[in-house]
Design a protein around this ligand. Structure first.
Ligand code: ILE
Length: 456
């Protein structure tokens, strides 16, 4: 099925395994690790949630990542094209392309709000560079963040800049630029997180944070928390959004998909845990609320930087790196749509601009749900969506419904529809049997059970 014949598209392959890992890590590591993981951990009670998240990554996320990269490499097209082509090659209905359509749609919706959140990093860079965090108290930091959210104009401005940056790279082709950017970005981010963790150790509340993050208290675990943990495993690894499938299409034949997927997942988890270790000691030291919500890192980190020697410098660097991490993720969210449009004969530049513009428009509704529309809960008639703004709904719909559903269908496809010889040809002997058993049974049953307990 190595069809690279699609209209005018000649994707260059990644030049090495290292480059693919960098691109995949660039996609995986983003706001999900540094912004979302800490705040949902705080909202869902800590340790037990973290444990479930780690289990979901290990037994559901990694096998699905292997599946998506494998399918992508086999199909060699956009996720929509790939699913249709691989299914047809198995003698099955091309309607399996629906899995690709849902992934592309999820990625589009995510991109729309991701860009708004990523935009927050830019006023923080400006503020940090001006030395605005020096000695800042927790209340003032909270007020500063509140001020940003209350301003639709500011949010729109930064959302527009961020979407522009995303389109810029996407239009030039992801391979170009990404290779070089990510290989220094990820190590730098890592080092900076370590410095932050080092600071967090001096707050006197590090032990408390360790207990919060790693001592499971199962009484705080609800069926919904488990679903959130599952959804986050997909979100943070960029699964069920076409990203890994699209990037897999550019992967050389001789690269081990299993080893590569492990590496990416481990790096992704490390960044998230480091972010948690950097943030929660500060939360406890300043009497902030772990369950504070999406503003958590934007309220806590300025306080930490404000007290650290050289804090202005480190804060600036941190928010710059966060911006870059979000950037290398957002371009992967646009990739499946752009590749699909390319296959339909639209030029890459047009496809990137068109896709980005549409996501930007939808993103405006997220901007508004943070202020003018903050009381607008369009699905309030359903108990589950009570008090949820449009932004909350996009987040819930993508991470908690579309991604688990997409992953479930992917598992069914590779576990039950695709012939094992075909997946073995891509995955190599060593891991194949274990992987196959997992995607056949563990993944589908796991996702179904979690869905079941959330519905009934
Ligand atoms: N995986 C990335 C993150 O965790 C993005 C998620 C692509 C949509 O931020």
């Amino acid at each position: 099925v190595q069809g690279k014949e699609s209209a005018g598209v000649t994707p260059a392959l990644w030049s090495s395994r290292f480059v693919f890992i960098m691109a995949a890590v660039g996609s995986a590591v983003g706001l999900g690790n540094i912004w979302k993981f800490p705040y949902i951990t705080g909202q869902n009670g800590g340790g037990a949630f973290v444990l479930v998240y780690l289990i979901c990554i290990a037994i559901i996320g990694i096998p699905i990542m292997m599946s998506e990269v494998m399918l992508g490499r086999r199909g060699g097209k956009s996720p929509i094209g790939t699913m249709g082509a691989v299914a047809a090659a198995e003698g099955r209905s091309r309607n399996w392309a629906g899995v690709g359509i849902m992934a592309t749609l999820a990625a589009f919706l995510i991109l729309s709000f991701y860009s708004v959140i990523a935009g927050w990093t830019m006023p923080y860079i400006v503020e940090a560079a001006k030395g605005g965090f020096a000695g800042i108290a927790a209340e003032d930091s909270g007020a500063m963040f509140g001020g940003l959210l209350a301003s639709p104009g500011q949010l729109l401005l930064w959302h527009s800049v961020f979407m522009g940056l995303t389109v810029l790279v996407s239009a030039g082709g992801v391979k170009h630029g990404l290779e070089r950017a990510v290989s220094w970005l990820m190590p730098a981010l890592f080092v900076l997180l370590l410095i932050l963790v080092g600071y967090a150790m001096t707050t006197g509340h590090f032990g408390e944070a360790l207990v919060f993050l790693f001592r499971p208290d199962f009484s705080s675990l609800t069926a919904e928390s488990i679903l959130v943990a599952l959804g986050h495993a997909f979100f943070t690894l960029s699964l069920a959004s076409g990203a890994m499938m699209a990037y897999g299409a550019y992967l050389k034949k001789d690269v081990s998909i299993a080893r590569t997927s492990f590496t990416v997942a481990i790096m992704d988890v490390c960044v998230a845990l480091l972010a948690g270790l950097a943030i929660f000691p500060v939360v406890f030291a300043h009497g902030l609320q772990p369950g504070e919500g999406p503003g958590l890192i934007f309220v806590t980190l300025p306080v930490a930087f404000g007290q650290m020697p050289g804090g202005g410098f480190f804060a600036t660097l941190f928010f710059v790196l966060l911006l870059f991490a979000a950037w290398t993720s957002s371009i992967s969210m646009l990739e499946s749509l752009v590749r699909f449009l390319e296959e339909k004969g639209v030029g890459r530049v047009k496809a990137a601009v068109g896709g980005g513009l549409a996501a930007w428009l939808v993103g405006i509704t997220t901007v508004l749900s943070l202020n003018l529309w903050s009381d607008f809960a369009p699905l309030a008639m359903f108990e589950r969506f009570e008090g949820k703004t449009l932004f909350d709904i996009y987040d819930y719909l993508t991470a908690n419904i579309m991604m688990p559903l997409g992953a479930l269908l992917t598992a069914i496809f590779v576990g039950w529809v695709m012939k094992p010889e075909h997946s073995a040809a891509e995955l190599g002997g060593q891991w194949h049997a274990l992987w196959h058993a997992v995607v056949r049974y563990v993944t589908p049953i796991g996702v179904l059970v979690i869905f079941y307990f959330n519905l009934f």
